[in-house]
Every structure is written in C-alpha cells, then in structure tokens.
Design a protein around this ligand. Structure first.
Ligand code: NAP
Length: 460
C-alpha cells in the first residue's frame, strides 16, 4: 500500500506519514457503516440531535488544536482556520435544530382525489454514503456533508484528500467520540484509485464529491454505471461584476477578500473581475494597489493575509497559467511570480489584465491568488463575459441600479448570485453549481434531502 503524507506547505517538511488502509480495513469499515444505519434509525430524531450538538461542543472545545492542524496541513491563515472550525460547529447545531422539520413529509389535504383514505410523503435515509472530499476546507467540507447525512439517518464513509490525512483522521473520529454509533461516520485512508471499488460496493448507496472536474467525471461515470445517486460539487471561475453605480471602495475591498480568501484556493473565490468601462481604470488601479499591499508569509502568524499554496504541484499549476498568459501578451499589473520566501510554496498575489481567448486563464480555473481583469462596455457585455465560462458556481454583482440587479439575478448562469457582496456558503442557503461546476445541492433544506428517499405513501 502507498503511504499518505502530511507535508507542511509553509516549510515543505513532512509532518506525518500514514500507511494506506488495507482491503481488510476497508471491508471492516463498510460493514460497520452498514450496521450503523439501523442503529442511527433506532436513536430517533431527538437523540441524533443531542449527539450532533455533543459533536459540535467537542469540536469547539478543541478549536485551538484543530485550527493549528488545518493551518499546518494546508496553509490557510490561522484566523481563517479558526473561523472554519467555528462555522462547522454552528452548522452542526443548525442541522441538529432543523433536520426533523426539513425532513417532515406532507399529507395530501384531499386524499380522495387519488382514491385513498390517506396519502403522504416521507423522507427516508438512503443508507451508506461515500464522501470524497478536497483539502481546501479540510473540516468544513466534511461537516457540511456529515451533519445533514447523520441527522437524516445516513451513515458516512469519508475518503479525504491525500494531503490532509491528519484532518481526515481527526474528523473521522469526532462523531464516534461524541457518542454516535460505531461506524456511523469513519475515514478510509485510501488513494483515489480505490474509490471506484467503494462506489461499486453493494453496501454503498450513493456518493458525493467535492473536487476537480477530472474527479467529477470519473466518480460521476462510476456512479452512473451502477445507477447510484451522486452529488458533484466541482470547480468554479466565478465572475465578480462591477458596474458604474457600485460603491467602488467597498467593491475593491470585497474583491481583494473574494480573490484571496483561503490563499485563493476556494471553489467560490471570485476569479474573473469584469468591470464596466466607466470605472475600469479606477477599479484596476485601486485593486492592484490593494492586492500588492497584502502580507504573504507564515499562515500561523496572525498578521499574515496570504499563506502558501497547499501543494507544490498546485503552485506549478498557477505558475504555468500565468506564464502562458504572459507569453501571449497579457499585462501583469502586480505579482506574477513566486514569492521571495525561500522555503514553502508561496506565490505573490497577482492581477492580470488584457486577457484573450487563446490564453488558458481565460477559460480555466486559477486555484491560487491570481485575479483576471476584464473590461466590459455595457451590462450586456459584462454578463456575456461572465456566462462565457463553462463553469457556473457562484457570482457577485456590484451595482446600485435596481433594474440591473433584477436582470443580473436572472441572467447570470450560476448556482448563486451575491449582490454587492461576495459568494459565501451558509448552512441556511443551498449551495452548488450548474454547467461544469457539477450538479446537486448541499446545505439548507435542499442539501439534506439529496441523500433521502422521497417516498410516497398511499393508504386505501
Ligand atoms: P481533486 O484532485 O479532484 O481532489 C478532490 C478529492 O477527489 C480528493 O479526495 C482526491 O483524492 C479525489 N480524487 C481525485 N481524483 C479522483 C478520481 N479520479 N477518482 C476518485 N477520486 C478522486 O481536487 P483538488 O484539485 O485537490 O481540489 C480543488 C478542486 O476542488 C478545485 O477545482 C475546486 O474548485 C474544487 N472545489 C469545489 C468545491 C465546491 O463546493 N464546488 C469546494 C471546494 C473545492 P486524492 O487526494 O487522493 O487524489
């Protein structure tokens, strides 16, 4: 079996090495998960909610250690790691409080129209769900699947990204430590080539992936082949449109945050800044200045804004995208190179303008602190540039014109439109994409229903 390594991206030094789980361990975890499904049902709503609150309390009580772990394992600034843990705990409580209501079926008012004495719907759990998760929010990505899944009565098996094994082990033990039945949620330390066999296992009912398009194609194909439900949360190249009536100062400030949060490695980071001609030059000047002023360095230092990229290959990918654009004539307004920090995988916050369709950055996702600037002569052109992307995850629209706002809501092709703000995930709002950003929804009422059987009951 191959080794799974935790390497600190700020130093390049190895933190821990794990052996991949053997086939016997995988078998044992799958059997335990299948056995946990009736055990979860037997607990009932109230007890599951109590256990979910206990898990939230436990996570919160360990926030210092967990935040340090996230920062050391994937490099996000420490304040953002703490925020990730806090958000995870509060979202667990949200599902503890609301799952029962979200999964309450409806009674038909007049069952005689279907020839019944009673007719209703109910939401039953599907069973064991496999979650294949990315490293960029190593706790939150898992919790946003696990909290609704467990509250619905599903068991979860986690295959986490191979560069965050310590986070994988921690979160894989949290729910049982809080009192959930053995096997109800557990981690498999396996490489991606072993995912297919798990999806095909008859005890696994469904699969959810958050990750790249490539992983989405492969997992979606396997799930399709065995006719199992799949939810795919894939990449994004979110537009951030700025119109002349927008509050420019607020737009610039938010734009910087929207591009560089999580060291620029979030699916919903704004990546393409599409600015109306009337305010383009001023926006570009202020945005470039603010990006240039960001402090790059050790993410454990609370004064640092941007840490390293999570992997060496992630930094190479970003470098190649930028070099391709530079070679084809793009203008690099700031950054455009590795940072001077001698160790670790740091890259300078970068703003690039004058992009053309032959450049990879025009159509590909930039997973790092690299912003692309586009000039638009009108609302129609701005929306056309936004919609030209094959992705359709989040979007931001900045304007104070009510008609423009109404049109943007309708016309932007994305899973979310944030007006005068930046795309953020909230437990209370559904989250997901269209086009090549995937299908299905997480979070809120819609998310918990994805892995349930909406069952119709008809009584003579
Ligand atoms: P990735 O390579 O696709 O990895 C994500 C997960 O999928 C990991 O657990 C990985 O395992 C696994 N995986 C990769 N290839 C696979 C395959 N062929 N079959 C089965 N499993 C496979 O993604 P990444 O590049 O690390 O993460 C960044 C991507 O995720 C970006 O595109 C980002 O936009 C997207 N993302 C989307 C959302 C969303 O909600 N839409 C949220 C966060 C991130 P290994 O690590 O073992 O390869």
């Amino acid at each position: 079996m191959a080794a799974i390594r935790s390497i600190n991206p700020s130093t390049g030094l190895e933190r821990a090495v794990y052996e991949e789980d053997s086939d016997a361990v995988v078998e044992q975890r799958l059997a335990a998960a299948a056995a946990a499904v009736p055990a979860l049902a037997a607990l009932g709503w109230d007890r599951r909610a109590e256990l979910m609150r206990a898990a939230a309390d436990l996570l919160e009580s360990e926030i210092d250690d967990v935040a340090d772990l996230i920062t050391a394992e994937m490099g996000k600034p420490i304040a953002q790691s703490r925020a990730e843990v806090a958000k995870s705990a509060s979202s667990m409580r949200y599902y503890a409080d609301n799952a029962r209501e979200f999964l309450t079926g409806r009674e038909l008012d007049d069952p005689s129209v279907v020839g019944a004495s009673a007719a209703r719907t109910r939401f039953d759990p599907l069973g064991v769900v496999l979650a294949v998760m990315p490293w960029n929010y190593p706790i939150w990505q898992v919790v946003r699947f696990a909290a609704p899944a467990l509250m619905a009565g599903n068991a979860g098996i986690l295959k986490h990204a191979s560069n965050v094994p310590q986070s994988a082990v921690y979160i894989g033990e949290l729910f049982t430590r809080a009192g959930f039945p053995e096997g109800a949620f557990a981690t498999l330390l396996i490489g991606s080539r072993r995912v297919e066999a798990v999806i095909r296992d008859p005890r696994v009912a469904a699969v959810t992936l958050t990750g790249s398009e490539g992983a989405g194609r492969s997992i979606g194909a396997t799930a399709g082949d065995v006719l199992k439900k799949a939810v795919l949360e894939l990449g994004g190249s979110d537009p951030f449109i700025v119109m002349p009536s927008a509050d420019l100062e607020a737009a610039v400030e938010t734009a910087v945050k929207a591009r560089t949060t999580n060291n620029g490695q979030a699916c919903i980071n704004a990546k393409r800044f599409i600015v109306h001609d009337d305010v383009y030059d001023e926006f570009a000047r202020r945005f470039a200045q603010a990006m240039d002023a960001l402090v790059v360095g050790d993410p454990a230092d609370p004064t640092v804004d941007v840490g390293p990229l999570a992997t060496e290959s992630g930094r190479s990918d970003i470098e190649e995208l930028v070099e391709d654009a530079r070679a084809k004539g793009a203008a690099i307004l700031v950054g455009g190179r590795r940072s001077d920090i001698p160790v670790g995988w740091f890259y300078e916050p970068t703003v690039i303008a004058d992009l053309t369709r032959d450049m990879r950055l025009y159509s590909e996702e930039a997973f790092g602190p690299v912003a692309s600037l586009y000039r638009a002569a009108s609302f129609d052109e701005a929306v056309a540039i936004a919609n030209e992307s094959e992705f359709g995850l989040g979007s931001a629209f900045w304007s104070n014109d009510p008609e423009e706002i109404a049109r943007a809501e309708r016309e932007i092709e994305a899973g979310a439109v944030f007006v005068n703000g930046m795309t953020i995930s909230y437990a209370q709002l559904p989250f997901g994409g269209i086009k090549r950003s995937g299908y299905g929804r997480e979070l809120s009422k819609e998310g918990i229903r994805e892995f349930c059987n909406l069952k119709t009951v008809w009584v003579a």
